[in-house]
Design a protein around this ligand. Structure first.
Ligand SMILES: [Zn+2]
Length: 155
């Protein structure tokens, strides 16, 4: 899989995504399984609180996941419906080219923005990713593809 320890990530993103991939983030579902919570249900919506629920389903997250999926489709040149939410927890991206690396970066940054910064709205999500993009110093991505991604983020 794509390497979470890659230097395109900052340390916060690396540790956040690591917890997500290894399912050690304290969701209600996980806390209940170790008797640290009396409920497995999400505080916001009442459905079972799993990591995928938090990132791709709960409330405003659906629109964030749809935007991420659009961006990944551009990078990976795959139809959107072939990209399932598990890409977030099982980032099975064979990192070969700059575009695959960009896809991995988008997933890692998204996970940190949504889970680490507890973002609730699509607008805040877009701003979070754009802010992070502005901090990227070395240009390891393909400019043409990144411009397509930015267009989606600024839409
Ligand atoms: Zn929820």
């Amino acid at each position: 899989m794509g390497n979470i320890s890659h230097n395109i990530f900052n340390s916060e993103e690396r540790s956040c995504w690591f917890k997500v991939v290894h399912d050690i983030h304290p969701t209600k579902d996980r806390l209940m399984s170790i008797n640290k919570s009396v409920t497995e249900n999400c505080e916001s919506c009442g459905n079972v609180d799993t990591i995928l629920h938090r990132i791709t389903v709960c409330q405003g997250k659906k629109s964030m996941w749809h935007l991420l999926r659009k961006m990944l489709a551009v990078c990976l040149q795959k139809p959107e419906d072939r990209l399932t939410p598990d890409i977030v927890i099982q980032p099975d991206l064979k990192v070969k080219g700059k575009n695959t690396l960009l896809a991995m970066w988008l997933v890692g940054v998204t996970v940190n923005v949504i889970i680490g910064e507890v973002i609730e709205s699509l607008e805040r999500y877009k701003i979070g990713v754009i802010n992070r993009f502005n901090k990227v110093t070395c240009k390891w991505f393909e400019k043409i593809t990144m411009n397509k991604i930015l267009k989606l983020l600024l839409a």
